[in-house]
Design a binder for this molecule. Structure first.
Ligand SMILES: Cc1cc2nc3c(=O)[nH]c(=O)nc-3n(C[C@H](O)[C@H](O)[C@H](O)COP(=O)(O)OP(=O)(O)OC[C@H]3O[C@@H](n4cnc5c(N)ncnc54)[C@H](O)[C@@H]3O)c2cc1C
Ligand code: FES
Length: 279
């Protein structure tokens, strides 16, 4: 884009509550200008800044996969002023978007390997994008077995339940869903993500892991992955941080000598160790 600070106009095509507690809403946006649409070339793991006039701008992971067509999907937790304004939008409303921003999951590196995707709570957004990208018929044969372990507090808080239902039929996918406490009608696992991952025990031989979730989930998941034999350079995660410009100019989002907005948000655990060693 000519001016990286200038938001591109997008129209809200559809919006719906994603979770039963009505805290998380999904939004499908359409870029209005056909030429600009062609330039919005993104990969799983990237994010964009959404701006609502008079309210401000905030970064959100892109939950759609580029393989799904032109509409951009975001799933947004209502916690403050920008997210509240986004939740008030209706189909047909127009807002601004800047992006795609940041790096992406290293899917080229994953070729020829098994992949273990571990998600918790609403951090499943870019993991949805990643799995939909990997399962695309043009690409799926490049990867081995995929295991997804995804957990939420209760069934109504799992994101993308229609997708999860569809994925249950995918070949060479082990989809393990878990909730924290037993619930009526629930047929998946019960328990936190780390012990369920341990029980699932995906092989680490020729495999990569991608982990996104609340910090406490990541903290207890890493030792399980190590126990399973995943080394730090084979475990990736995506960081969420306070951001302003999203393009490496304002200095708001650094860890050590790196900016999360341009050098990340995706890092391997080995890279994160190096970054925090500088602090
Ligand atoms: C790369 C990236 C991807 C993200 N993807 C998503 C996504 O897919 N869906 C989603 O719902 N959110 C996502 N976020 C978080 C989102 O950007 C914040 O929730 C948003 O900026 C809040 O804006 P606000 O104006 O509504 O909140 P504010 O009014 O600014 O703040 C409300 C409260 O939230 C806290 N807060 C605000 N931003 C953050 C943050 N980044 N981390 C921790 N606490 C914060 C504030 O301290 C305050 O207590 C992502 C953030 C980053 C950096
Ligand atoms: S948000 Fe400005 S440098 Fe990263």
């Amino acid at each position: 884009m000519d001016n990286p600070y200038k938001p591109i106009p997008v129209e809200l095509v559809d919006t719906y509550f994603e979770t039963n507690d009505r805290q998380l809403k999904s939004f499908k946006f359409r870029i209005l200008d056909e030429d600009v649409k062609k330039l919005f070339d993104y990969k799983p793991g990237q994010f964009a800044q959404l701006s609502v006039l008079g309210k401000g701008e905030a970064p959100f992971g892109i939950a759609s996969s580029p393989t799904e067509g032109d509409e951009l999907l975001f799933t947004i937790n209502r916690i403050g002023s920008v997210t509240q304004a986004l939740h008030e939008l209706e189909a047909g409303d127009k807002i601004g978007i800047r992006g795609p921003l940041g790096n992406w999951y290293p899917v080229d590196k994953f070729e020829g390997s098994d992949i273990v995707i571990v998600g918790g709570g609403y951090a499943f957004t870019t993991l949805r994008s990643l799995y939909i990208y990997l399962r695309d018929p043009s690409r799926r044969s490049k990867f081995g077995k995929i295991t997804i372990v995804y957990g939420a507090r209760e069934p109504g808080l799992l994101l993308y339940r229609d997708d999860l239902e569809e994925w249950k039929n995918d070949e060479n996918l082990e989809l393990v869903l878990t909730i924290d406490n037993p619930a009526e009608g629930w047929t998946g696992k019960v328990g936190f993500v780390p012990p369920v991952l341990k029980e699932t025990a995906p092989s680490s031989e020729n495999a990569y892991a991608v982990v996104c979730g609340p910090p406490v989930m990541i903290k207890f998941t890493l030792p399980v992955l190590h126990e399973l034999g995943f080394s730090k350079d084979k475990i990736y995660t995506s960081l969420e941080m306070r951001m302003k410009c999203g393009i490496g100019k304002c200095g708001r989002c650094n860890i050590g000598h790196k900016y999360i907005c341009v050098d990340g948000p995706v890092f391997s655990m080995a890279e994160l160790d190096e970054l925090t060693a500088d602090l």
